[in-house]
Design a protein around this ligand. Structure first.
Ligand code: FAD
Ligand code: NAD
Length: 476
């Protein structure tokens, strides 16, 4: 096939969460878009990330509920897990969502989809297979891949990453996970609840990006479920054993040890997918974390934007989608659109869930912004009692005048609950805004309102307030 030169308004590289959102929005406004994808439409989130991991966690949660029926008067049962059927469920969920992200759907929206690998030829041109694309603006949305550290012996053993773990059809007998971040811990709990023995080896602190107090409570819960979590312990060497067994030599806080397992999952972080892009030819600077962008997500080449995991910031689907919205505003409407990092929440979907937004207590103290920290436990919530989901608490960090500057929730439905707090922080609300709305009873979200009310607890004993009430009583 001979080279063709396409001249769309926007060329999007990568059809994952971020790229698809840019392409769909631009096409809906009637702007010409070329979307280039080298592998699977839907990217990491649909195929190897959010969707399969949440589907696997859901299966594990179901199994766990069967084990713990007695507190509701329903006999505990040992679930009979058919792991191949569990994985069929996972792939069925992916297949149910896939049409939304498909070539057919995007073509019908008016997007020209090219299924090739893209690379820059110069500052204004991208090559994808036989196509040359000269666009007014380019959006790099190429995502990230597992960062596999150079561990001695790694090339001699079979290991899995998030890109391969969901292709298994047999339950690992003993899953050893390198890395105690969100991927490591979500996969640890899902596999543990489905019947595997699980060990997590974490070089530093598990869930090191979260509020330490809340992360600790979650880690203790996961340990109580039988997951062996070894923090401050590094995977030093890997050794192949007989009959598909692996020996993982670790060194750390408790000295050197060898752990024998059947399956190894490497979940030690991510690296941006930039290698194939020939960014030097486009004058797009980058480093190990991603494309260097300003707060408008523009790279060192003003025609080129970068979004999502490739842009080197927080790596979440909703962040990629948020970035997509910002670049659409900038490219189509030339509106000032700056990334506001403080409004970006994240959730680890273990059970209980751990959700966070804004500043942690320590960060607020270090930045001299800390006023009061408000807490309310799930155990004090009627719905949580009824559901027997009493583990956890909300922690609200307030600044000057009671402004909400950070929220962490550990507990059932923390991710859903976080929606309201993400709105509160995006809109700069104060605790008085939270005390002023009516929450339906009985809902777990009431814990947030109760925590907000506690902001005023010292006021109820105040002589001034009590004097005012006595004075007002004089008027009948
Ligand atoms: C196991 C796991 C669980 C996760 N769970 C969650 C979760 O619950 N919630 C959440 O918010 N986030 C979660 N994430 C993170 C989320 O998946 C990512 O942040 C999100 O997918 C990033 O979107 P993106 O558009 O930047 O990149 P991607 O979705 O990775 O898409 C990038 C696309 O670009 C393509 N590409 C790369 N290079 C080229 C090239 N040169 N030419 C053409 N195409 C190219 C790739 O093939 C890919 O399809 C999870 C991640 C993992 C790994
Ligand atoms: N629920 C969610 O939203 C969700 C779920 C999964 C992943 N994600 C996204 O994907 C990103 C990547 O997740 P992740 O868990 O791979 O990365 P991560 O960077 O959050 O955690 C990796 C962990 O591995 C540890 N580590 C590194 N090298 C090690 C070694 N040699 N031995 C032992 N431990 C080692 C690190 O100290 C770190 O704690 C997350 O930051 C998040 O943005 C989101």
């Amino acid at each position: 096939m001979s080279d063709t030169v396409l001249k769309p308004d926007i060329c999007v590289i990568g059809a994952g969460s971020g790229g698809l959102t840019v392409a769909a929005a631009a096409a809906q406004f009637g702007v010409s878009v070329v979307l280039i994808e080298r592998h699977k439409m839907g990217g990491d989130c649909l195929n190897y990330g959010c969707v399969p991991s949440k589907a696997l966690l859901a299966a594990g949660k179901h199994a766990q509920a069967m084990r713990n029926g007695a507190s509701f008067g329903i006999a505990n049962a040992d679930p009979d897990v058919d792991f191949a059927a569990v994985m069929a469920h996972v792939h069925d969920v992916i297949a149910a969502i896939a049409p939304n992200d498909s070539v057919e759907r995007f073509t019908s929206l008016g997007v020209q989809v090219i299924e090739e690998e893209a690379r820059f030829v110069d500052e204004r041109m991208v090559q994808a297979g036989p196509h040359k694309i000269r666009a007014r603006r380019f959006v790099i949305a190429t995502g990230s891949s597992p960062m596999v550290p150079p561990i001695e012996g790694l090339d001699e053993v079979e290991y899995f990453t998030n890109e391969t773990i969901f292709s298994r059809s047999t339950l690992p007998e003993h899953l050893i996970i390198a890395g105690g971040g969100p991927i490591g811990l979500e996969m640890a709990q899902a596999h543990r609840r489905l019947g595997a023995r699980v060990t997590v080896v974490e070089a530093d602190k598990a869930l090191g990006k979260d509020d330490p107090e809340m992360a600790r409570l979650l880690i203790d819960r996961l340990k109580a479920e039988g997951i062996d979590i070894r923090e401050h312990t590094k995977v030093a060497r890997l050794e192949k054993r007989d009959e598909g067994q692996i020996r993982v030599h670790v060194s750390g806080a408790e000295g050197d040890a060898a752990i024998d397992g059947s399956t190894l999952l490497v979940a030690t972080g991510r690296r941006p997918n930039l290698q194939a892009l020939d960014l030097e030819k486009a004058g797009v600077e980058h480093d190990r974390s991603g494309v260097k962008v300003n707060d408008k997500l523009r790279s060192t080449n003003s025609r080129v934007y970068a979004i999502g995991d490739a842009a080197g910031g927080l790596q979440f689907t909703h962040v990629a989608n948020y970035h997509a919205g910002l670049v659409i505003r900038a490219i189509l409407f030339r509106l000032p659109a700056r990334e506001k990092r403080h409004i970006l929440p994240w959730v680890t979907y273990t059970d209980p869930e751990l959700a966070h937004i804004g500043l942690t207590e320590d960060q607020a103290r270090d930045e001299g912004k800390l006023n009061k920290v408000l807490r309310w436990p799930y155990a004090e919530n009627d719905r949580a009692q009824a559901e027997r989901k009493t583990t956890g608490l909300i922690k609200i960090v307030t600044g000057k005048g009671g402004r909400i500057i950070g929220v962490t929730i550990l507990g059932a439905g923390a991710g859903e609950m976080m929606n309201m707090w993400a709105l509160a922080i995006a809109k700069g609300l104060k605790v008085s805004d939270i005390t002023g709305y009516v929450a339906p009873y009985p809902t777990m979200s009431e814990i947030g309102k109760r925590a907000a009310i506690s902001y005023y607890s010292d006021k109820t004993g105040s002589p001034v307030v009590r004097g005012l009430i006595r004075f007002l009583r004089l008027f009948g």
